[in-house]
Design a protein around this ligand. Structure first.
Ligand SMILES: NC(=O)c1ccc[n+]([C@@H]2O[C@H](COP(=O)([O-])OP(=O)(O)OC[C@H]3O[C@@H](n4cnc5c(N)ncnc54)[C@H](OP(=O)(O)O)[C@@H]3O)[C@@H](O)[C@H]2O)c1
Length: 272
């Protein structure tokens, strides 16, 4: 495993995404991922699966200290008391005394962000979260928020069809990282036969593995692919035994077409 080194932390570059993983399928995927060697898990209050992940965390032989666990505050929990109580509820479900990273899932109520961050700082001072972060924050909002409170991360949609150059620049300005969600464009990376598939075939890898390698080669970037299949969970972490040349990086950069897979519940200005 490789790590993003930021603010004195070593964050595993690949984590398991868990959106739409529910019930037994979720428990099995998380258990398999830990067994295979994943040490980074991504969940959210909105995913409704913190309890299933908690069941695995309670029974796994892996030391809690080796794991990086991220969860996210739901859009209706941005008020001070709701931040505190919902995070405490997340900790109960996850069966852990702390999460490594707590994110504001979406900046739906711009006026309440300071209040939300202030409550998160209290949680950090109480040892219930180790770091604060945000998700889906355009660069200027990230700048403003990072001036108010120390942010470790901005988690955004990022894959070869969507450039996040400005978002990454903003994160680096504040010694923060970017976590790429939907890093496989929800499977669409397999539709690109001209570049990803060609590079993959030449290296005896898949388009998914090439896309993930391209992401994590970038400074301060991690990725959280989601999968239900043991074979794919394994494949998504088997990306440390090959390299991409500068020319191959350039060809993948050229796939950018401003394509967003995820519909936001608000209308951010990503170009600000
Ligand atoms: N912060 C946010 O607002 C936000 C929004 C969206 C997502 N996320 C996070 O990001 C995670 C990942 O994003 P995502 O779930 O949208 O999409 P994704 O990881 O880009 O793609 C998941 C899809 O790709 C398939 N897949 C995974 N690995 C594969 C492989 N090696 N070969 C072939 N197919 C493969 C999966 O199918 P199989 O199950 O069959 O493998 C699934 O259909 C989420 O689970 C969530 O944790 C965060």
């Amino acid at each position: 495993m490789e790590f993003v080194n930021v603010r004195g932390e070593h964050v595993p570059v690949i984590g398991l995404g868990t959106w739409q993983l529910e019930g037994e399928e979720c428990r099995a995927a998380v258990e398999q991922a830990l067994d295979i060697g994943y040490r980074h898990l991504d969940t959210a209050q909105m995913y409704g699966n913190e309890d299933k992940i908690g069941a695995v965390l309670r029974s796994t032989p892996v030391d809690r200290g080796e794991l990086w666990v991220t969860t996210k505050i739901s859009n209706d929990n941005h008020a001070h008391d709701d931040v505190i109580s919902s995070t405490e509820e997340s900790l109960r479900k996850l069966g852990t005394d702390f999460v490594d990273l707590l994110l504001i899932h979406w900046p739906v109520e711009f006026e309440s962000i300071r209040e939300t961050l202030d409550a998160m700082l209290l949680l950090r001072d109480d040892g219930k979260i180790r770091h604060l972060g945000v998700s889906n924050f355009p660069p200027s909002l990230f700048d403003k928020s990072a001036e108010h409170a120390p942010l470790l991360c901005n988690q955004v949609e990022y894959h070869p069809f969507l450039s996040q150059h400005k978002v990454i620049q903003a994160a680096r300005r504040h010694d923060a990282m970017v976590t790429a969600y939907s890093p496989l464009a929800r499977g669409e990376v397999f539709s690109d036969e001209s570049v990803l598939d060609e590079i993959a075939r030449a290296k005896n890898k898949t388009a998914a593995q090439v896309a993930l390698r391209w992401l994590i080669d970038q400074d301060n970037v991690s990725a959280i692919p989601k999968s239900t299949s043991r074979e794919h969970i394994q494949a998504n972490i088997d990306i440390f035994d090959f390299a991409l040349s500068d020319e191959e990086h350039g060809r993948i950069d050229g796939l950018e077409r401003g394509e967003r897979i995820i519909d936001p519940p608000f209308a951010p200005d990503w170009e600000d």
